[in-house]
Design a protein around this ligand. Sequence first.
Ligand SMILES: *Cc1c(COP(=O)(O)O)cnc(C)c1O
Length: 406
Amino acid sequence: MAGDLSGKKPGTKIVGAGRRKEWTGQVVNPPVWRASTHLYASEADRKAGGSQPKDGKFYYGRQGAPTQWALAEALTQLEPGAAGTMLYPSGVAAINSALLSVLKPGDVLLISDNSYEPSRIMAMGFLKRWGVEHRFFDSLDIAAYEALFCERTKAVWLESPGSLTMEVCDVPELTRIARERGAVSLIDNTWASAIGFPALERGCDISIMSLTKHVGGHSDLMMGAASAGERYYRRLRQTSQQMGNVVSPDDAALALRGLRTMEIRLERGVQSARVIATWLRDRPEVAAVHCPVLEGDAGYALWSRDFTGGCGLFSFTLADATPESRAALVDNLKLFGIGYSWGGYESLALPYDAAPIRDAMPVPGAEAGGGDNAGAAMSIRLSIGLEDPEDLIADLQTGFAAMKAI
Ligand SMILES: *Cc1c(COP(=O)(O)O)cnc(C)c1O
């Protein structure tokens, strides 16, 4: 129904993407095709299908059915430069499968120090055991990063903004250096999504997203995706099929439903995050706010240059707080849930300390800890949902009052 979406604005693409008539039939959304076995019309028909699964052709349930294909195609159409997208049972599965599709024993992986913790653990655990070495790098120190390359450096792992601490790095420059040295660039693009950061156009070879966050958008499904141009899409597909990654048609239908409203949810997240981060910045209890969509933030210049959007996820560091006073703050929030994940319609707060999961990068706000906690950044990450920001501010105000009463 959608016709040619190339050249259309993201809001138009997100509505039409993946909705092929042959998949949707007479309704708006592709039905949930529960299928392991695809039946052929005849033996001749089966033989004509060939011995290798092809995109968009029935073969066997592991290669999916129209519900999953519609989601994969929608994500491909949203990522400028992508030839295809593979779906995975979680964001972590997408990260690991993408890395395994470009690395082999003996290779060296450069990994941004502020990457999502399970990505770091994959490098330090499975990949190391498999014979892949890794070096953590400071994504804000380009000279130090460049000096880490050696003959065996085959891949660079990026995430921007970084997990928890929200540093924005110069992706076009980091990927240019990687390309020059013959290394593949992969990026965890979960924060901005392709709507907010066209990763392949900014120099990355493979763009990975946890669909659990913004695409699902309703905190009720787990899924991941990796998109790439022709060359790396083929590698992703081969590896994924060998590893047996598959997602359920029910979850694919939920992810497609979430995707349709993602752009307006992201926009609203940015607007509310700006209001709340601005308020937090003026609070005496707050030592630093880490919010790249806010003018004045250390990452704002690169964010404005390279990004076309963002989301409502940011963090802040408390001044003179202790683990107990920080706990009193979050325990007294009524509108923010305490929990992992983000990108749902509801707000979440997560206390964190990034110091134990950094090797090469300083922790912003680390000088703020007071008393026994000198040198420890007492920080909280907020995922701003669709509630009214005024109500969320009032909720935080209650939390601060409880914190001061300790
Ligand atoms: C949550 C998250 C993931 C992992 O996704 P899951 O679907 O939870 O496995 C990967 N990267 C980032 C940045 C995340 O926040």
